[in-house]
Design a protein around this ligand. Structure first.
Ligand code: FAD
Length: 413
């Protein structure tokens, strides 16, 4: 096809969604240009899955997605689901490894290999990739679009795909500029807030616990109503608490922080035992060596630095008294604190530490079957810039691949 006849597509953002859209559109014969504000494309991809890239999850379902209208994701998943995503990557050379919980990683164990194959494919297809350029405005004229750069230059296009991400981890590229571009085109942006992020706590003992890791269950409550419960490794830090279960629970804490609502986490340090069983366990330890100090009697059962804090939280000020002095009632009080330890949340860590952005371009203004704007025909959206965020575990990248695929296919169409 002569260059002049080809559909010219400019993609704003060379992240997971933008690169997928570029490959799909170029395969359809479009002349594709990706404009990326960082020095190279896919910087965030390299950081995913702790450098291993949890590229999808086989336990896909709508319940894993959030936003004002999570059902919006179905339009893209109907066209490009997990199976098709895995075939797409296998064709590019990525062999998948399936792990517990449906997590899928590349067999190489390297996020860089996912980026390498995407970049290679874009190169093979003749996709023009321009880095170190930030699009600051998109103007619609009679004959298509003008994508204006922040410094010099502009790029004409028949169609544009905005795949500029959200506001999370701005050091890796996405700084909210996609929201501004969308607003200037007339779109509504639902107020963004950080999700999948560490939770800040108000407690005097955080410095003492900072750095320790424990296994347990955490339950999140907003105004005493349970919003979720997750089990796994919990990490204490001087600001509060972290770990995968905490990231999963963080969304409502982030949403309601600063609104006057009561935000709390309740930790269960013995999730495999009932409160009665925990009390019996303590009673057995006490009976075995009643002359041990209270503090010493729990060494070997829980992290040493946690013992003094838990005793204090259960109302035992003198941890050096003999454990044999504990009454049945006191043993039950201790067991209760170990099974239900309430912590007051004050909010979440900043954008810099969040893995994903909640909020974004209102999906009611976008066609779920094509990702095309209902307000500005010819403009498309893909990925985290939209008001869709997923749980931890491969769900966010799956959204980026699926929405990128649909946007690329339809923009080229
Ligand atoms: C540390 C970390 C680990 C994660 N791990 C996982 C994981 O293992 N599995 C998972 O599913 N999800 C993970 N996520 C989330 C996942 O990476 C994102 O949801 C996904 O990358 C979003 O893709 P995107 O293409 O929409 O946006 P992004 O990847 O953010 O890409 C947007 C791109 O647009 C560029 N850009 C922005 N504005 C402009 C502009 N005006 N002009 C030009 N370019 C612009 C940015 O520089 C960026 O490169 C992780 C996130 C983080 C931060």
């Amino acid at each position: 096809m002569a260059a002049a006849e080809r559909n010219r597509i400019v993609i704003v953002g060379g992240g997971a969604a933008g690169m997928t859209a570029a490959i799909v559109a170029a395969r359809q014969g479009a002349a594709v240009t990706v404009i990326e504000r960082m020095a190279r494309v896919g910087k965030k991809l390299l950081a995913t899955g702790n450098g291993r890239c949890n590229l999808t999850n086989t336990n896909q379902c709508i319940d894993r997605y959030h936003g004002a209208n999570p059902r919006f994701v179905q339009g893209a998943f109907d066209q490009f689901d997990v199976k098709q995503t895995l075939s797409f990557f296998e064709e590019l050379g990525i062999e998948p490894v399936f792990e517990e919980g449906g997590h899928v990683y590349p067999a190489s164990g390297q996020a860089s290999s996912v980026l390498d194959v995407l970049r290679y494919e874009m190169e093979q297809l003749g996709v023009e990739v321009i880095c170190d350029k930030r699009i600051s405005g998109i103007e619609k004229g009679r004959k298509g679009f003008r994508c204006v750069c922040s410094d010099t230059g502009e790029y004409p296009a028949d169609r544009v795909i905005i795949a500029a991400g959200g506001k999370s981890a701005p050091n890796l590229g996405s700084n909210g500029s996609g929201f501004k571009l969308a607003e200037r085109l007339g779109h509504t942006v639902k107020t963004p807030f950080p999700a999948l992020v560490q939770i800040r706590l108000d407690a005097p003992f955080l410095k003492r616990l900072s750095g320790i890791r424990i296994q347990g269950r955490a339950e999140c409550r907003i105004d005493d109503v349970v919003t979720g419960s997750e089990r796994g490794e919990l990490l204490f830090a001087d600001y509060g608490i972290s770990g995968i279960p905490i990231l999963q629970l963080s969304r409502p804490v982030s949403e309601y922080a600063g609104t006057g609502r009561k935000l709390s986490l309740h930790l269960d340090l013995f999730p495999d035992s009932t409160q009665k069983e925990a009390a019996e366990r303590i009673a057995r330890r006490v009976a075995h060596n009643p002359r041990k100090t209270l503090e010493m009697s729990f060494v070997g059962l829980m992290h040493k630095r946690l013992i003094g804090v838990i005793l204090q939280q259960a109302g035992f000020e003198d941890s050096r008294s003999a454990c044999g002095n504990l009454s049945r009632q006191e043993i039950h009080r201790l067991a209760m604190r170990m099974k239900d330890w309430p912590l007051r949340c004050t909010g979440v860590q900043s954008w810099m530490f969040s893995q994903v952005t909640a909020g974004g371009v209102d999906v009611d203004e976008v066609d779920p079957r094509t990702m095309e704007s209902k307000i500005v025909p010819g403009a498309y959206f893909a990925g985290e810039v939209l008001d869709i965020d997923g749980d931890c575990g491969g769900y966010n990248l799956q959204w980026a691949w699926s929405s990128g695929w649909v946007a690329g296919m339809n923009a080229a169409g």
